[in-house]
Design a protein around this ligand. Sequence first.
Ligand SMILES: Cc1cc2nc3c(=O)[nH]c(=O)nc-3n(C[C@H](O)[C@H](O)[C@H](O)COP(=O)(O)OP(=O)(O)OC[C@H]3O[C@@H](n4cnc5c(N)ncnc54)[C@H](O)[C@@H]3O)c2cc1C
Length: 287
Amino acid sequence: MRGQPALCEVLTPTGLNEALSLRAAHPGARPLAGGTDLMVPFAAGRLPDRLFLNLWGLEELRGIHVTEAAATLGALTLFREIAAHPLLQREFPNLVRSAKVTGALAIQSRGSLGGNIANGSPAADSPPSLLAYGAELELTSLRGSRWVPYAGFHTGYKQSLLAPDELITRIRLVRPGDGGFHYFRKVGTRQAQAIAKVSLAAWVRVADGRIRELRLALGSVAPMPIRAQGTEGVLMGRPLTELPLEAALQALQADISPIDDLRSSAKFRRRVAGNLLADMLRGLASA
Ligand SMILES: Cc1cc2nc3c(=O)[nH]c(=O)nc-3n(C[C@H](O)[C@H](O)[C@H](O)COP(=O)(O)OP(=O)(O)OC[C@H]3O[C@@H](n4cnc5c(N)ncnc54)[C@H](O)[C@@H]3O)c2cc1C
């Protein structure tokens, strides 16, 4: 049966405090941001929720604020806004690339970064970039706000640290400064409008010809977006002239745990993840 709007109630707060009060009073009310994830199961009659907390009008969740130290994005920041932001283009190109390959213009004009994170899909496009940039999330309830590292936010398939009375309110990215190497690549069925079979994002800082800092993250190869920390350990400190490709590829296979599903097979995902790592390392060595 199709979703039935007449059976649903939508709570529409006019400010963040009211939203948090409603969230505390109705922990079963499903936050509704752009609705681009929620409306798909709703239209198919597969969404059990009947009560929604509409976040769309909350100005407190909008805007991209830049200081000397960080760029902070409201949870309702849209992919179109990320793609068009000059500082993000310059300093966080992986996030901009992820935003540009998220659906098409309609989705980019309605889908929010907070929704992409909270939805918890292992195949979502922005999480690997956020992990590669060491993003932090602000989780807010009537009890107050806490900042948590995004790495560690997802605790399992569609599970997270978000408490029932909390909302994701902001995403903070510490500015990496100049000179880093940035890599993002998504492999799907086609070039555009495809869900990732595998995606890989990396941010690397090199000094004196050696890898001094490295964050490597993947999507669609585990129950949640992951950092490939074993692989990072193999590469850290290594000179660009002698990158241990075979050892890194081996470590990557231990870091990931892909499955067979309707979009791809575990075997294909393992192969492609390795190819992307090799491509990233080739780019790094020749940068
Ligand atoms: C045709 C189509 C193509 C798509 N293509 C892609 C793609 O290529 N890549 C990709 O990554 N995604 C894709 N998506 C999925 C979707 O567009 C994104 O995940 C988007 O970021 C969701 O944001 P939203 O604001 O629409 O979230 P919503 O649908 O409103 O919410 C999604 C989930 O997050 C929760 N939520 C939202 N905001 C908050 C908050 N601030 N605090 C706590 N919980 C919150 C909701 O309760 C819900 O569980 C696609 C969807 C469609 C329909």
